[in-house]
Design a protein. Structure first.
Lengths: 804, 118
């Protein structure tokens, strides 16, 4: 009887168990994973619940030592009013997690090489690169250092506790939807994660190294050609520190020449990929003598890869010691770029070379010992286990040398990476943020930026006391002459960095006679500066020259003028090259048909890259082909291309240059006229072949879009018609652009106008996910001022946290 | 009572709704097993009760949630999952609810009959 009953039970029990097992498992589908459908599709818990605009519980009673009030304005910008700094940072950590938890998680995973744990085999190569470069190792060192520093530990503990308070308050139903799609649990936040956020910033700022590309160029070009194509300075450059500044010191460190290693190296970057990175940022501060209201005005628009949600989170923090407004970086405490009651500050990237490659000479194929100063020394071996979702883990062994981790494997010719992020792991970098948020005058600002220990940035400043200043702050290595630009021998410690440029010697200026300070990633100083500065090919000078030209000739400036300047679309590069090309085209007599009409349009163009204009499309297509034909020799050799100002100079001054001669024709020596003509004909044809609406205007041609952070299709903004572009102050490209626009008038109290492309919430279902986008792309700003009295304004919503 | 199905469906609708709101995702299935076992429903009645109830609850809840944002998020998620339209997302959700309810009901009925025999 019992057996009969069991038989009766067997089929439904098996079917039920099998079905539930199916609903509980993540299913591999075409190299990806379908999340476990049981909870994912449940309308009570899964993706259906993600349509809810707000998923935070805000049950925080007893988690702070004092009272905290968080008032949100109509854009959902939180204003934190806390009894003490630690409580304010707890609230900041909570708000970061409530709005950007997935962004924080995925970006730190990318830096630590742990993407494959949640994504699978597709990201193994990325993880391997991150592990090889030792990013997590340096972040761990940094976090340990914070633990040992009483002031920093309290700050980081408060912030980390805030993040974890949110994580602990949510269950699956309230997870950010990206976690549900990836079927991955949020993990507890630690100070190592925050250090990885800083590491991520250091990686993003570390773009000023082309050692391998320069090595190849030196190996394949004659010394004469190399010097001609890659000069140290652009004669037209307008450096950050004006020439009125005198340098009353001599450079410290070794000056013994070191033989660099010209070496033909594999280069995995295409020219387009390089240029894509080179979008740039702007900042300037104008003294009261040049403004309409007599107050200094500071402007800053850092350009980054644009994503939804945006990299920044805007907020205002009030504690007994400070009241500050600006953008924060989820994962880190404090405001990164902003203003308080006395000062405003901002940043652009300096693009200095803070990463060098050293060739390692191994003793044998075991790669355990390498040659240094005449003897073989042990490398430190660190096993790295890369966990991969859905399959076995991958194990790598990373070799650490005197120089740093060895990353490139080419039989016995490996290269070790020396990077500022490794060398400067043990620093109090939280001090910079703490000090700049509280700074009240120019002396406080200088003290704060002296604590900035990252790849150099151009830190700009203005105060209500009327001072303006700019400092090239950060860590800049002093190298033996000839070192750093190319691959260097790792056999001698004499090739090592000879320290860092002392803070007092780093370029800076306070209240210059010209009445303004500015930077747009150009050279920090002219050749009279005692230290050699590298990173010359990273950013061109055009934006910096434009900013300085406009500010030189301006008086009675207003915040509205500053808004217009941030959105200036004049292309100085086009203005200098196009007349030369049109003249060459005209004198060649090769133009006819459609080409005549296009040339006529270009002749009447004002060099404005407006989204509705057609001329930028013609120039862009023409220039790309002209550049390709001109540098065909370099392309053939696998050598990187020179800076773009160089092609303008050669076209203008040397129309018979050998570089215009084409490799593919042996019976003829081409000149500028020939190349202008051929590339123009190509442009006419390419324009005719453009598909759909692409040829309608610049906005349609450029196809700006803002992808979702994790590249989930349809969760970003698919197409936005935008003005601006490369070499332009409004350097909006296809997926890069001004990630935050800020203008501060240093009246008492200061007034500011801000905007960024996105919204405050990281939840795609929240109305604040992208509510500022339209306003932003219409060129509009939101006026903000520090609201010191919480009773003086009416919030859209609020959270109150009370102690036990 | 001659035909327990209508009353069972009403109990099941209310119960699985509450189990869904307050319990984990599998709580409605457990509730249906228990209900069908305790009410002594036949296999046919249980299958009908379970599949209709959970299917309706899933359908209703999916419609309610998608109405919150005019199905925008569900449309985007569906695209991510191989191009499913919002209607297909609702159909798939309802189907999963129906099958889970069906199998839970069936299992509950068999357990109920075994227990009652003892």
């Amino acid at each position: 009887m019992l057996l009969l009953d069991m038989k009766q039970l067997l089929l439904p029990a098996l079917l039920f168990s099998g079905w539930m097992a199916l609903l509980t498992a993540d299913l591999p589908v075409k190299g990806s994973f379908l999340p476990a459908l049981g909870r994912f599709i449940s309308p009570f818990h899964g993706i259906w619940q993600s349509v809810s605009p707000d998923n935070a519980s805000y049950d925080l009673k007893g988690q702070t030592s004092g009272n905290v009030r968080i008032l949100f304005d109509e854009r959902d910008v939180p204003h934190i009013y806390a009894d003490n700094l630690e409580d304010a940072l707890f609230a900041q950590g909570y708000l970061h997690a409530a709005n950007r938890l997935f962004s924080m998680d995925i970006s730190t995973r990318a830096a630590s090489g742990r993407l494959s744990e949640i994504i699978g085999q597709r990201t193994i190569a990325l993880d391997r690169k991150a592990r090889e470069r030792g990013y997590e190792w340096s972040a761990t060192e940094k976090a340990k250092h914070w633990e040992d520093h009483e002031g920093n530990k309290a700050i980081m503990d408060a912030y980390v506790n805030g993040v974890n308070a949110y994580i602990q308050s949510i269950d699956y139903k309230h997870w950010p939807m990206e976690y549900k799609i990836l079927s991955h649990d949020p993990v507890q936040w630690t100070s190592v994660h925050s250090a990885l956020t800083l590491t991520n910033m250091a990686i993003a700022l570390c773009i000023g190294e082309d050692d391998l590309e320069y090595s190849t160029a030196r190996a394949k070009l004659s010394a004469e050609d190399y010097a001609f194509l890659f000069p140290d300075h652009n004669p037209k450059e307008s450096p950050i520190i004006p020439s009125e500044k005198t340098w009353d010191f001599t450079a410290q460190g070794s000056s013994s020449p070191v033989q660099s290693l010209p070496h033909s190296l594999p280069d995995d970057k295409t020219e387009d990929e390089r240029k894509k990175d080179l979008n740039g940022s702007n900042n300037w501060a104008v003294a009261g003598s040049k403004t309409a209201h007599g107050f200094p005005i500071l402007a800053n628009d850092p350009h980054l890869g644009l994503t939804l949600p945006n990299i920044w989170y805007e907020m205002e923090i009030h504690t007994p010691e400070m009241s500050v407004h600006g953008v924060s970086l989820p994962g880190l405490p404090f405001i990164i770029i902003g203003f308080n009651e006395n000062i405003a500050w901002g940043s652009t990237n300096s693009g200095q070379d803070v990463l060098d490659w050293y060739q390692i000479n191994w003793q044998d194929s075991s790669r355990h010992q390498y040659k240094l100063d005449g003897k073989y020394v042990d490398a430190t071996l660190r096993p790295e286990v890369i966990k991969v979702r859905g399959t076995n883990a991958t194990i790598d062994t990373i070799r650490y040398t005197h120089w740093g981790p060895v990353t490139h494997t080419d039989e016995h010719k490996d290269m070790a990476m020396k990077w500022i992020g490794h060398q400067k792991a043990n620093v109090n970098d939280i001090d910079y943020l703490k000090k700049i948020n509280k700074a009240a005058n120019v002396n406080d600002y200088r003290e704060a930026v002296s604590a900035f220990q990252y790849p150099a940035q151009n830190k700009i400043f203005a105060s209500t006391q009327g001072d303006i200043a700019i400092s090239v702050a950060g860590v800049m290595p002093i190298r033996p002459t000839g070192n750093g630009e190319t691959l260097t021998s790792g056999e001698s410690s004499a090739n090592d960095w000879a320290g860092y440029i002392p803070f007092a010697h780093a370029p800076y200026i306070i209240n210059p006679a010209r009445g303004y300070v500015s930077s747009a990633n150009q050279a920090p100083a002219d050749p009279s500066y005692p230290y050699p500065l590298l990173g010359k090919r990273i950013f061109e000078d055009y934006r910096g020259r434009m900013v300085n030209t406009v500010l030189d000739s301006s008086k009675g400036l207003t915040p509205l003028d500053m808004q217009a300047l941030q959105q200036n679309n004049y292309n100085l590069h086009a203005a200098e090259l196009l007349p030369v090309l049109l003249q060459a085209l005209d004198s060649s007599g090769c133009n006819s048909g459609d080409g005549l009409a296009i040339a006529s349009i270009l002749n009447g163009w004002n060099y404005e890259y407006h989204r509705d204009s057609l001329s930028p499309v013609f120039f862009d297509l023409w220039y790309k082909e002209f550049e390709k034909l001109t540098w065909d020799e370099l392309d053939n050799l696998g050598v990187m291309l020179p800076e773009e100002w160089r092609i303008v100079e050669i076209a203008r001054d040397q129309p018979q240059s050998k570089y215009f001669d084409q490799l593919i024709t042996t019976d003829k020596k081409e000149t500028l006229q020939d190349i202008a003509c051929t590339s123009f004909a190509y442009m006419v044809k390419a324009y005719r072949n453009l598909e759909g609406e692409q040829g309608k205007n610049w906005g349609n041609f450029k196809q700006t879009n803002i992808p979702h952070l994790a590249r989930f299709p349809h969760f970003g903004a698919d197409f936005i018609s935008t003005s601006g572009g490369r070499h332009i102050i409004n350097a909006m490209s296809k997926t890069h652009g001004p990630s935050w626009r800020m203008i501060v008038e240093l009246s008492s109290p200061p007034k500011a106008w801000v905007n960024y492309p996105g919204g405050q919430s990281g939840n795609p279902a929240n109305p604040h996910y992208r509510d500022m986008l339209e306003h932003y792309f219409e060129g509009k700003y939101y006026e903000v001022a520090i609201q010191k009295d919480p009773a003086a304004w009416k919030p859209a919503r609020q959270i109150n946290i009370t102690p036990q | 009572m001659k035909n327990k199905t209508p009353i069972a469906i009403i109990f099941c609708l209310v119960g699985s709704l509450l189990a869904g709101i307050y319990g984990p995702w599998w709580a409605p299935a457990v509730f249906i097993i228990l209900l069908c076992a305790l009410m002594g429903l036949t296999v046919k009645q249980s299958i009908l009760t379970g599949s209709i109830s959970l299917g309706v609850v899933y359908l209703g809840m999916a419609l309610w949630m998608s109405n919150q944002d005019e199905a925008e998020i569900i449309q985007k998620t569906g695209m991510l999952l191989g191009g499913l339209s919002p209607v297909m997302m609702i159909v798939v959700t309802t189907l999963i609810g129906c099958i889970t309810g069906l199998l839970s009901g069936w299992l509950g009925s068999v357990i109920g009959s075994i227990v009652s025999k003892k």
